[in-house]
Design a protein around this ligand. Structure first.
Ligand code: 5GP
Length: 118
């Protein structure tokens, strides 16, 4: 079973304002921020406010609300950085590569001639 949500994670602290951040945009449903260790120029994250550990325990409402924001950020990142494409990435549980246990979506611009690290 998916472990219970634990709010002692870094994104929960960012959402609560306990750790300062500079959001790219904020809605009632989600916050978008730059990734602190970008895999490419413009790598950012969409973080739904709802307390979900990952995709495995997220509600349909959370997922339905966040995906338009992921698309919006992908379009904005592509335009702002002149990217040639955008990768969306999302990891569920440690074995799958998840390191922060609050649901989030990676928006990773990709550029012609620039290989991604992973
Ligand atoms: P994941 O859990 O999807 O594997 O990765 C979490 C992502 O969050 C990583 O890309 C990492 O660089 C990013 N990250 C971790 N801590 C912080 C932080 O404090 N601020 C920001 N903006 N990004 C973070």
């Amino acid at each position: 079973a998916t472990p219970a949500y634990d709010d002692a994670n870094i994104f929960a602290k960012i959402l609560k304002g306990e750790i300062p951040s500079e959001p790219l945009f904020e809605t009632d449903a989600a916050v978008a921020i730059m990734d602190i260790m970008p895999q490419s120029k413009g790598h950012c994250l969409v973080i739904p406010r709802a307390a979900s550990r990952n995709l495995l325990d997220a509600t349909d409402e959370t997922l339905a609300t966040v995906m338009p924001l992921v698309a919006k950020l992908a379009r904005a990142a592509k335009a702002a950085f002149g990217a040639d494409g955008v990768r969306i990435a999302q990891f569920n549980e440690e074995l799958a590569g998840q390191t922060v246990f609050h649901l989030h979506f990676h928006v990773i611009p990709v550029y012609a001639g620039v290989a991604l690290k992973q």
